[in-house]
Design a protein. Structure first.
Length: 386
């Protein structure tokens, strides 16, 4: 649309100069003004045929012929030099829209029209020489432009091919890294299962043997040690199971973990997701740090508040940082002191280029945190509430 308006403005300026003398004698030049109207009618319907090369070629040829008829030298009308600019605009538009083999047809019509002006018009020798040189240089310039444009399009196509190949390799590299990370997680899980798990199992068996052989006073103490060892073994098995699961990054993984925590802790959690948070490229480490920070925030809620609900908001404004906020209503404004859990969560987030802030007023306990995002351009904003 922008290019069409530019062409229209240039045409109006040139045609205003050419048609102004015609209005001095409307009776004599009425048919010429009618030809101008036909020319612009074709000009306005030309954009409808941009994808039909043959029809577009015929329209350019038709307009070149119309211009030749309107401005053909006559005893009552002399040749006007600005007519050359009409053909310049026609040839320029043909060079822009047509392939080089189709471009030759309207160029031939335009060249023949200019030659007819030179043959039948009374043009001074110097003006004649100028018009011939101008026409030759114009055709040469547009052909050169078309060849360079074809080369440019070829380079663009090559660039697009290389860019697609780069994207494919980048996706493959990300997948290879994910596979390597998953293999490492499984290897660590297997190592924990084979070493720590087996040793804890052996410890439980030895405690059971010792409990049987011990006297009554020691059996209660041994039973507690055995219970602690069983709990440690169960924790180890859960850790191994977690290592074997597919790592889920991004906000979806964080929300899945929080939903699981919600069921385990009997807390009602309301989520609000704004400003491209779902599309934020969180790494597995960032996702886990955010989850742990939210978990610590909910732990503080259960510790300092009688309400069993919380509002969690996620957002990624501008695509440069990922922010989360936890808000919990409180009934009693008790003194709040930051504990070791929040301090360790702040330290973990700071290592990822983020931070953590805890606030408390008479009505709410608020925990705010953020991490920096890497390797991301503009994100599409979206807002979702659940």
């Amino acid at each position: 649309m922008k290019s069409f308006l530019i062409w229209l403005t240039l045409h109006l300026l040139v045609w205003a100069v050419l048609t102004y003398p015609l209005f001095k004698d409307l009776d004599l030049h009425a048919w010429r003004l009618a030809g101008v109207a036909v020319y612009f009618l074709v000009f306005f319907i030309t954009p409808l045929f941009y994808k039909k090369i043959s029809s577009l070629t015929l329209l350019y040829c038709f307009n070149a012929a119309i211009a030749a008829i309107i401005f053909f030298p006559h005893e009552t009308y002399e040749f006007n030099m600005p007519v050359l600019f009409v053909y310049t605009l026609l040839m320029a538009e043909a060079a822009e829209r047509l392939p080089i083999r189709h471009m030759a047809v309207p160029y031939l019509f335009s060249f023949l029209s200019i030659m007819s002006f030179l043959i039948f018009g009374e043009i001074p020798r110097m003006s004649l020489l100028f018009i011939i040189l101008f026409s030759v240089m114009l055709v040469t310039a547009f052909i050169y432009y078309k060849l360079k444009d074809k080369q440019h399009q070829k380079l663009l196509s090559h660039h697009e091919h290389i860019q697609n190949e780069y994207r494919r390799l980048k996706r493959r590299l990300a997948q290879d890294e994910e596979n390597a990370r998953q293999e490492e997680r499984q290897m660590i899980g297997k190592e924990i299962h084979d070493s720590v798990g087996h040793k804890l199992t052996s410890l439980i068996m030895q405690l059971e043997v010792y409990r049987i052989q011990s006297n009554t006073n020691e059996q209660l103490h041994v039973e507690r040690l055995k219970e602690l060892a069983n709990e440690s073994l169960e924790e180890t098995r859960r850790a191994v199971k977690t290592f074997k699961q597919q790592e889920i990054g991004g906000l979806q993984g964080v929300m899945r973990l929080i939903r699981k925590l919600e069921l385990e802790s009997f807390i009602r959690i309301h989520f609000s997701v704004h400003h491209g948070a779902f599309a934020a490229p969180l790494t597995g480490e960032q996702s886990f740090a955010i989850y742990r920070a939210v978990q610590e925030g909910l732990t503080n809620i259960m510790k300092h508040s009688q309400a069993r609900e919380a509002q969690i908001t996620f957002e990624a404004p501008g695509g440069s940082i990922f922010r989360f906020e936890i808000i919990n209503p409180i009934k009693h404004a008790l003194p709040f002191k930051e504990d070791y859990g929040l301090a360790s969560m702040r330290e973990r987030l700071e290592k990822l280029g983020g931070g953590l802030e805890a606030q408390r007023n008479e009505k709410q306990f608020i925990l705010k945190g953020w991490v920096k995002l890497k390797g991301r351009g503009d994100l599409h904003d979206s807002s979702t509430s659940s």
